[in-house]
Design a protein around this ligand. Structure first.
Ligand SMILES: Nc1nc2c(ncn2[C@@H]2O[C@H](COP(=O)(O)OP(=O)(O)O)[C@@H](O)[C@H]2O)c(=O)[nH]1
Ligand SMILES: [Mg+2]
Length: 242
């Protein structure tokens, strides 16, 4: 260790040399192979898969409670991969809606990662019966950065953004906002109580991802969820193998 490092700690984690780059390439390369295998498994069983991402507390689980109830009532056979660093709190909230729920705690053998990756989802899939599912929803770990960097093998990624987070977030976290097919703008019931400028948020989104539709919802009151459920049922069909 250099004298400098002894004074200020070991900075090797921040090295950007060729070795670090090749390690990252290997990690992402292995992830992409596993992601394609997951997608192939979904396609082989005619399962559509959607990856749900957001910052912690934006409303993913609250939304899924409504969505699972809607899917059950519509006769859609749903499954959930519930990603959390610790606890079964969210998986427990999603029990009782007739959906198969696979809990993935990244603190349990995956180093407490701040995102799900494709090999983790592959492990969760071993506990699900894909043959009896139509739709698999993945609730990713709450984080605005890391989940967007890992393809988990879903057909689409969706973001839940809460208006309590500030209008500038698409500009500050462009990778995630750019990576999704649709953004659910949640907690609209709070709009009268906030200084939130919806038009400014829309302009920021248009700058980062003009193609992603914005669906205004309240997972609390249920407002706007019909449009979200319509999107879920009409967007990309899974490719069925012959
Ligand atoms: N007012 C309001 N609160 C919400 C809404 N959606 C979620 N919440 C609350 O936000 C908190 C975090 O929600 P949760 O679904 O656990 O978020 P997650 O971490 O993204 O899964 C909980 O207290 C929810 O009751 C909403 O549309 N309006
Ligand atoms: Mg949650």
């Amino acid at each position: 260790m250099h004298a400098h490092d002894q004074e200020h700690g070991d900075h090797s984690a921040y090295e950007t040399g060729p070795e670090r780059i090749s390690v990252l390439e290997r990690i992402f390369g292995e992830n992409d192979v596993a992601a394609e295998a997951n997608r192939a498994a979904f396609d082989a069983h005619g399962v559509r898969s959607v990856n749900l991402m957001s910052s912690p507390g934006a409303g993913k689980t609250t939304l899924l409670v409504h969505t699972l109830a809607h899917l059950r009532d519509s006769g859609v056979r749903a499954g959930v991969v519930e990603g959390d660093i610790e606890t079964s709190i969210d998986a427990d909230r999603l029990a009782g809606f007739g959906a198969q729920v696979a809990l993935l705690n990244t603190g349990d053998g995956f180093g407490g990662e701040c995102h799900l990756d494709a090999p983790m989802v592959a492990k969760a899939l071993t506990t699900l019966d894909l043959a009896s599912l139509d739709l698999l929803l993945v609730e990713n770990v709450g984080n605005l950065v890391c989940p967007a960097e890992f393809d988990v093998g879903a057909h689409d990624s969706v973001m839940v953004y809460a208006i309590t987070e500030g209008e500038e977030k698409p500009l500050k976290y462009p990778v995630m906002f750019r990576s999704v097919s649709v953004v659910l703008v949640n907690k609209m019931d709070l709009l009268p109580h906030l200084d939130f400028d919806l038009e400014l948020f829309r302009r920021n989104m248009a700058q980062i991802n003009p193609d992603a539709p914005l669906i205004e919802v309240s997972a609390r009151t249920g407002d706007g969820l019909a449009e979200w459920h319509e999107w879920l049922s009409t967007s990309r069909e899974p490719v069925r193998s012959a």
